[in-house]
Design a protein around this ligand. Structure first.
Ligand SMILES: *Cc1c(COP(=O)(O)O)cnc(C)c1O
Length: 546
């Protein structure tokens, strides 16, 4: 059939012939060259940003349609380049969030992943990803202090997917019949006020209910307040509730607050004993901060990589918490945040593989895979059926960087933040830095003098806090208009503070400097500060209104 011959040209070769390979490589080269042409180290976007008019997406809807006859690969590449135009590129101008520039090893891993296109559901259909998944589970278990022969892990849909799965495990471990009979109506979960909204969604979806998610107050360092946890847990128990789950955040998304996991574990042991309760599940939400466990075996006294004293001090502080992460029943590594790999590359890790029996499907429930004599790796316990092999890019990235390469990257995030904070405080008399040194700096401007300490002490009236929030929100609007130059982040709720005239604590609006690009070095800091200064000068002349 001539037509099939023609169609075959749209696929990789079956026999490894050079002609089809050269064509494919040629297309890769075209794409890389055309993207490179659009790069500009002084701009955030690849080429110009599109004009996002009111009807931008409506016009797309109107014009979209599958062509009757396929277009050539060259024309297809042209169309792809239309998508690329104006896309943000993770160079040093992106300082808004923990957003990765995938490193080359991980890109190659991704390429191998799609070229093989294994299905990570079972090894018969995806031997490479199964193999890589077992490897990275062992590698990260060894770093974090899980027993690699007892632990289990798999790649899944993000930090959020890991929270959802861990909650599901927590419920079914304590109530093995709940999978069949539904869950009891008196289960409770605990997390800090600053934890990720993932748990909110998970209590909805598991049927626990949002009213049964207890938000625990935070300390000034953005970690969970254990006195409040104790108090609220006792209250729940007194009223007949059963605590099943605590989410310990290891690096909050906006401020990098790290919960005292050791303290939480001790407290839970005490409460369990006192009230004769079953073990309460702890998930370490280490989506953001987990990578810093790569310093677990770093010799801080010798400091072999010669980090600055200030950097070392912060790393030591993290270490004092992260070395206890193995006390958690499960944890997660979002390599697509501080690990610089493509979306989605999340590894969910469990301390004890036995726990999977509570959520695993019976072999008779999986008729087309699993209950065969062949294949010995079958992940019927995941919420996904088909799974991508994202263990492969993670694996290649871990190999190419090694522990030391990652230590250097992770230390640089801190180094740049220290320099940014110093410069910010030097150049602005009306700014307060509102979190501890970490890969992220949160800061807040004031119309006149800095009032952060008074705000923290709860000495301001709500009207005043609202005004300062609006002042910052307006400024964020102003700098956001030039986000194609430098893109700062912001958050409407960095934390809550008390006010004098109301019982209701108020959220604090702050700007965020979060940079994970390897191209963000201390040399770039002056440019960030200059950008803010330029805009502050404009703002002071004519503050715009939101
Ligand atoms: C990002 C983040 C999540 C969600 O992770 P995704 O990979 O985006 O699903 C959960 N918790 C924390 C602390 C995070 O920073």
């Amino acid at each position: 059939m001539e037509i099939m011959k023609e169609l075959q040209q749209l696929f990789p070769s079956a026999d490894g012939n050079q002609q089809q390979r050269d064509e494919l490589v040629g297309h890769f080269k075209t794409i890389l060259a055309r993207m490179d042409e659009l790069k500009d180290p002084l701009k955030l976007t690849l080429g110009g940003m599109p004009n996002y008019t009111e009807d931008y997406y409506n016009r797309i809807i109107q014009n979209a349609g599958v062509p009757n006859e396929g277009i050539s690969i060259e024309e297809t590449i042209d169309k792809l380049m239309e998508l690329v135009e104006g896309h943000r590129f993770l160079n040093s101008n992106y300082v808004a969030n923990a957003t990765p520039l995938p490193n080359i090893a991980s890109l190659l891993g991704n390429l191998v992943m799609v070229l093989l296109n294994g299905n990570n559901l079972w090894d018969v259909d995806g031997s490479a990803a199964a193999n890589a998944e077992v490897r990275i589970t062992s590698m990260i278990s060894k770093i974090t202090g899980y027993d690699p022969h007892q632990s289990a892990g798999y790649t899944t849909w993000g930090g959020q997917g890991s929270i959802f799965t861990s909650l599901r495990l927590a419920i079914s471990r304590q109530f093995p019949h709940s999978n069949k009979e539904g869950i009891p109506n008196n289960l409770y979960c605990f997390c800090s006020e600053l934890s990720h909204f993932s748990l909110y969604k998970s209590v909805e979806a598991t049927g626990i209910g949002i009213n049964h998610m207890v938000r625990v107050k935070t300390n000034d360092d953005h970690s969970m307040n254990l006195l409040d946890l104790h108090c609220k847990m006792n209250q729940v128990i007194k009223n007949g509730g059963i605590p099943v789950y605590v989410l310990a955040t290891m690096g909050t998304t906006d401020t990098f607050g790290i919960d005292d996991l050791y303290g939480i574990k001790q407290l839970l042991l005490e409460i369990e004993q006192q009230h004769n309760l079953q073990s309460i599940y702890i998930h370490a939400d280490s989506a953001m901060g987990g990578m810093y466990t790569f310093f677990n075996d770093y010799n801080f006294d010798v400091n072999p990589l010669q980090f600055e004293v200030e950097v070392c001090d912060i790393l030591k502080r993290y270490h004092s918490h992260l070395k206890h992460m193995n006390l958690a029943d499960s944890m997660v590594f979002d390599f697509h945040k501080l690990g610089q790999t493509p979306y989605i590359t999340s590894l969910f890790l469990m301390k004890d593989k036995e726990i999977l029996k509570y959520v695993d499907l019976d072999a008779s429930e999986t008729p087309y895979v699993g209950n065969r004599s062949y294949g010995s790796y079958h992940t019927s316990y995941t919420l996904e059926c088909t799974r991508m092999g994202s263990s492969i890019p993670i694996y290649s990235s871990l190999l190419a960087f090694g522990i030391e390469g990652y230590q250097q990257l992770l230390a640089n995030y801190l180094r740049v933040n220290i320099a940014f904070r110093d410069a910010l405080k030097k150049e602005f008399s009306n700014v307060a830095v509102t979190n501890e040194v970490s890969p992220v700096t949160t800061f807040r401007f004031y119309p006149e003098s800095v009032r952060w300490q008074a705000e923290l002490a709860g000495d301001l009236m709500s009207k005043e806090v609202h005004e300062i929030n609006a002042y910052n929100e307006n400024f964020a609007e102003l700098i956001g208009m030039e986000r194609h130059r430098i893109f700062f982040g912001n958050t409407k709720k960095q934390r809550l503070i008390s006010v004098t005239d109301s019982d209701k604590p108020l959220p604090v609006y702050v700007h965020k400097f979060y940079t994970t690009s390897p191209y963000s070095t201390v040399e770039e800091v002056d440019r960030y500060i200059l950008f803010l200064k330029e805009h502050m000068d404009i703002y002071l002349k004519s503050p715009i209104l939101v």
